[in-house]
Design a protein around this ligand. Structure first.
Ligand SMILES: CNc1ncnc2c1ncn2[C@@H]1O[C@H](COP(=O)(O)O)[C@@H](O)[C@H]1O
Ligand SMILES: [Zn+2]
Length: 338
């Protein structure tokens, strides 16, 4: 109990959270989602392990997408998600989402609405990463990228990066688009090695993204090539860890056997995140707790994890300094918790 309390009180940094995967049952209720759909949305938390859990996860996002298919509901959803992270003592949040057009909302409306919700709150510092879905065709992705570049020019202090996500079993990594995004000053984070695909992982690592999401199948223990693991550890690209997401998608066997062990052993920079706190019924507090409980991270390591996450964030140098000072002062005031 004491450890859980420490994890709750610790000011935390969330770097990997998909907006529509982060809607809680309470938020879905506010958005008038039928109760049966809310139960289905969290289906993975109730299933005994089935093989195809990762593919199943991608069908569940449809429920959240139905709930946020209008400007008003997208605004409300964003507002609620930020409030919930704030309640969980997250002091800096990088929210990511895929620009989406609906019959009553263009992709531009969608992004503008989320930005409006971010600007109209003053609870915590929130940045937006815009995602390209690897399952979309090149034409659609290029259209999305052009919108991202335009919006980035308008809101450079909020839109900080581009993410590649979507079902890792479909689509490809199209490097040219990310080169273009990088040239215009956006940071890049790629969902990488969520499934075994050494060739794609090599391409991604050689591109040198600013951060790597999941990185499950990079170490040779999990089928990765020695070449990719060497590249990954030499480059020291910060890794975004999402424990519960990986366990529930069945890409790792258990918390204890999570590939984060290899990162800890090799002293690689990593951060702890929720991925989809709604779909996976988790919180950042719980994720910190699981890391400590199952992977033996000390309270001091959890604190350091929060500090390292600041360095790996896409915030400005000035914002990073402020966050670090806040954390340092928090520690000085709470030494009895350690
Ligand atoms: C489980 N691991 C994961 N791997 C890859 N992509 C994921 C993901 N979890 C979520 N997404 C991506 O985020 C979308 C939902 O949020 P947004 O509509 O963008 O806000 C999903 O449709 C998927 O493209
Ligand atoms: Zn993700």
């Amino acid at each position: 109990m004491e450890l859980l309390e420490f994890c709750q009180k610790l000011p935390k940094i969330e770097l990997h959270a998909h907006l529509n995967g982060s809607l809680s049952p309470e938020t879905l209720t506010v958005l008038n989602t039928p109760i049966e759909d809310i139960k289905t949305y969290q289906l993975l938390t109730k299933l005994d392990c089935i093989e195809d859990q990762l593919n199943l996860a991608f069908t569940l996002f449809k429920i959240a997408h139905n709930a946020t298919n209008m400007i008003e509901s997208t605004y409300l959803a964003t507002k609620h998600v930020i409030e919930e992270f704030h309640k969980d003592n997250v002091i800096y949040l990088e929210l990511r989402t895929t620009p989406r057009a609906e019959p009553q909302m263009t992709k531009r409306d969608y992004v503008n609405t989320i930005i409006k919700a971010i600007r109209e709150q003053n609870l915590i510092t929130v940045k937006l990463l815009l995602s390209i879905n690897r399952g979309h065709c090149l034409k659609e992705s290029e259209e999305t990228l052009n919108l991202i570049l335009e919006m980035h020019e308008l809101y450079p202090d909020i839109i900080k990066g581009v993410d590649l996500s979507g079902n890792p079993n479909v689509g490809i990594f199209s490097e040219a688009m990310f080169i273009k995004a990088r040239k215009s000053g956006l940071k890049i984070t790629l969902h990488c090695a969520e499934v075994l695909n050494n060739e794609e992982v090599k391409q991604m690592l050689e591109f040198k993204p600013d951060r790597i999401g999941h990185g499950t199948f990079i170490h040779p223990t999990y089928g990765g090539s020695t070449e990719n693991w060497k590249l990954c550890s030499d480059l020291r690209i910060p890794l975004e860890c999402c424990l519960t997401s990986n366990v529930l998608c069945n890409t790792v066997q258990s918390y204890k056997e999570h590939h984060m062990c290899e990162w800890v052993e090799n002293n690689l920079p990593f951060n702890i995140n929720t991925d989809d706190k709604g779909v996976f019924s988790t919180t950042l507090t719980k994720e910190y707790f699981y890391a400590a409980h199952h992977l033996n991270l000390s309270k001091e390591s959890l604190y350091n994890c929060s500090c390292i996450a600041i360095d790996s964030s896409f915030a400005s140098e000035e914002e990073k300094l402020k966050l670090k000072t806040y954390l340092k002062e928090w520690k000085d005031k709470h030494l009895e918790l350690f």
